[in-house]
Design a binder for this molecule. Structure first.
Ligand SMILES: NC(=O)CC[C@H](N)C(=O)O
Length: 199
């Protein structure tokens, strides 16, 4: 099984690579289009600011191939956000895989209970759908760091609440995206990555 992590200069890729190592799988870090297209599974990571990450992706030409990939693809955090139609962050046009627009948590209102933006820490996931969450329980905890979120939509496969319900994960066809960091989400995160490897 060949697993690649797309390396376009905007990823937290080493921690993801280590997480797969703990599952016994050596992931290849690459920006090579052929290698990405031939892989069995693809991870699309991302941390930082949306428009600069998207710019790097476009400079590498990878924005053209990702939407056409046929194997299971998992976007993580900013990777998931860039798979949506757009992000409010830096007024960024996304890859248009998930049919939704990423927006910012409004601070301090309407967030209730003095919630701070960005959300940093552990939160619960619920309304879990698809085999990505096989063996994961409703209200299990995952780890997140983000200021922007995808609203609930037809492609939502997990929900989190931070002042409002939003998409903790999205799926469409062979594409999956998680707003949280499975590589930093302890046993639950490891289970989700393992489930992805079995798709
Ligand atoms: N942790 C991150 O890199 C966050 C991604 C994105 N800029 C957000 O705030 O939602």
């Amino acid at each position: 099984m060949k697993l690649v992590i797309i390396d376009y200069g905007a990823g937290n890729i080493q921690s993801i690579q280590f997480a797969f190592q703990r599952l016994g799988v050596d992931a290849v870090l690459t920006h090579d289009k052929e290698e990405i297209m031939k892989a069995d599974k693809v991870i699309f990571p991302g941390v930082g600011e949306a428009s600069s990450a998207m710019q790097k992706l476009c400079e590498s030409g990878l924005d053209k191939i990702i939407p056409d990939l046929k194997q299971p693809v998992l976007g993580i955090c900013l990777g998931m956000q860039l798979m949506c139609n757009s992000s409010e962050e830096g007024d960024t046009k996304g890859l248009g895989i998930f049919d939704t627009e990423v927006v910012k948590f409004k601070s301090p209102q309407p967030l209730k209970g003095g919630l701070k933006v960005p959300q940093i820490g552990w939160n619960e996931i619920k309304n879990l759908k698809t085999d990505l969450f096989h063996g994961v329980s409703e209200n299990d905890y995952i780890y997140l760091v983000h200021s922007y979120y995808a609203p609930i939509c037809n492609e939502t496969i997990a929900v989190a609440n931070y002042g409002l319900d939003y998409s903790a994960a999205l799926a469409k066809d062979n594409f999956y995206g998680v707003q949280f960091h499975p590589e930093k989400s302890s046993k639950v995160g490891a289970r989700i990555l393992d489930n992805f490897l079995r798709m």
